[in-house]
Design a protein around this ligand. Structure first.
Ligand code: NDP
Ligand code: 2IT
Length: 448
């Protein structure tokens, strides 16, 4: 698979050590494959054991989270924080609460985050954390007690110049509020140690919208540069109906597209008139309910069981915004057969490596997660700046900075794509190389 013996050995050892961690292995394989040409050109990486060092997290903590449910039962979950790389800034990355969370998922996300944060051009290292706690069906009080217990351990490892967590799947504004409250209670320190905070206590305007909006800014720039085209008049399918999916829908629609399908983990809705986003917001943000309610509330559209079926819908642009590995090779083939021209990843690693390669080989513009969804963490970086300045920028100021950052990420990735990619659509190679180079330079300059 690798031409370089150096990378071949590293990958074999990594595989042996992580054979039970499929997501982490997949992310590492993708990155190593992409950066191979620059590793071969720069002997210093091998001389300084840079790749072995890069692929080893600086710290990984696993801890117990004990809490009491509303019936008085004592419940136990696992908590994690992976502090992957601090070469370019304090660790930064979200917290995921989902029953599937384990060491493999946290490490894959932390590794991806390291390159993503580098791409933002802001000074942030990479980290990720979370728990196998399932927020579904829990009362507000249960969520609060869980968050308090989780933070009672996590606070030991984080701080505004050390590690700054934020949200991810299952962690939104409500959870960040409870986590922040407990952090402040324990440490007596009101600081920007978390991002995604509420607007009354240091949160940034446009952070809620940032990942979805940023994804659309990136996609629009890619369409303009590579195909002299835009979102205008395009038929779009978006998986998921959480934070990223909702605001991707909002911006794509504003840019002239028609979003005809969205999903949750149970199934998807199809509405050929274009999805009524107010109905989705009501179901997901207010009622915390299932997307199957859409046809009843909107009085149009249809619901189908099973979330994977969404990729059978004919569309011009597919924006996977739910979770990892939601597009396999079979779904990729269906999308290509149906004429998709661009895939923009709002979720982290939603396409399997086989699927991603299939898109690229078929000249489908492939906007990889670590570049295309970096608007969320970039705006978290802007929230950190505002907290340090003890100041807040207007929505337009933050949104304009976000737009500039996304265009910059596209240009930096695209420049490397033109040099090293399989073709112009291979933004995967370009993003990995652009993100990696900066981290590698910082690591080399800081010594071992
Ligand atoms: P939310 O919790 O707000 O929404 C997640 C959505 O994805 C829900 O619709 C959920 O459905 C669906 N989903 C979750 N797990 C699965 C699964 N195993 N199978 C099918 N559907 C699933 O999370 P976000 O919108 O914040 O995150 C979505 C993706 O975007 C994740 O990959 C995350 O890592 C990534 N991301 C998030 C950023 C952010 O700022 N929030 C920034 C960059 C990336 P259900 O309700 O049924 O569980
Ligand atoms: O995957 C991601 O980039 C996030 N969940 C956002 C992280 C952050 O620190 O805002």
């Amino acid at each position: 698979m690798f031409k370089s013996n150096y990378l071949k050995n590293i990958y074999e050892n990594f595989k042996e050590e992580n054979k039970d961690k499929s997501e982490y292995l997949e992310a590492a394989e993708e990155i190593l494959t992409s950066i191979e040409p620059v590793v071969m050109e720069n002997k210093v990486y091998e001389d300084k054991a840079l790749i072995e060092r890069f692929l080893t997290p600086e710290r990984f903590v696993e801890f117990k989270v004990v809490w009491t449910d509303d019936k008085g039962n004592i419940r136990v979950n696992k908590g994690y924080r992976c502090q992957y790389n601090s070469a370019i800034g304090p660790y930064k990355g979200g917290l995921r609460f989902h029953p599937s969370v384990n060491e493999s998922i946290i490490k894959f996300l932390a590794l991806e985050q390291t390159l993503k944060n580098s791409l933002t051009t802001l000074p942030m290292g990479g980290g990720k954390g979370g728990s196998n706690f399932d927020p579904k069906g829990k009362s507000d009080n249960e969520i609060m007690r869980f968050c308090q217990s989780f933070m009672t351990e996590l606070y030991k490892y984080i701080g505004p110049n050390e590690d700054v967590p934020a949200g991810d799947i299952g962690v939104g504004g409500r959870e960040i509020g409870y986590l922040f409250g407990q952090y402040k209670r324990i440490t007596n320190d009101f600081s920007g140690t978390l991002t995604g905070k509420g607007l009354t206590y240091g949160g940034s305007l446009a952070r809620k919208e940032a990942t979805g909006y940023g994804l659309c800014y990136f996609v629009d720039e890619a369409l303009k540069t590579i195909k002299n085209d835009s979102f205008n008049g395009k038929k779009v399918v978006i998986s998921g109906s959480g934070n990223v999916a909702i605001y991707a829908n909002e911006k794509a629609t504003e840019l002239g597209a028609k979003v005809v399908a969205m999903s949750d983990s149970n199934g998807y809705i199809y509405d050929e008139e274009g999805i009524d986003l107010d109905v989705i917001k009501r179901i997901k943000e207010v009622e915390r309910e299932r997307i199957s309610l859409y046809p009843k509330y909107a009085k149009r559209g249809n619901y189908f069981e099973g979330s994977r079926g969404i990729w059978e819908i004919k569309c011009d642009i597919a924006l996977p915004c739910a979770t990892q590995n939601e597009i396999d090779l079979k779904s990729a083939k269906t999308l290509v057969k149906n004429g998709v021209i661009l895939v923009g990843e709002g979720a982290n690693m939603p396409s399997t490596l086989e699927a991603a390669n299939y898109f690229i080989e078929n000249d489908i513009i492939f906007c990889p997660a670590k570049a295309a969804n970096a608007g969320g963490v970039a705006t978290s970086g802007l929230e950190m700046s505002q907290n340090s300045l003890r100041y807040s920028w207007t929505f337009e100021e933050v949104d304009n900075k976000l737009k500039d950052i996304m265009v910059n990420i596209f240009n930096n990735s695209y420049n490397e794509t033109l040099k090293y990619g399989k073709n112009e659509c291979d933004l995967l190679t370009g993003a990995n190389i652009a993100g990696f180079k900066k981290v590698a330079t910082a690591m080399l300059e800081q010594g071992i």
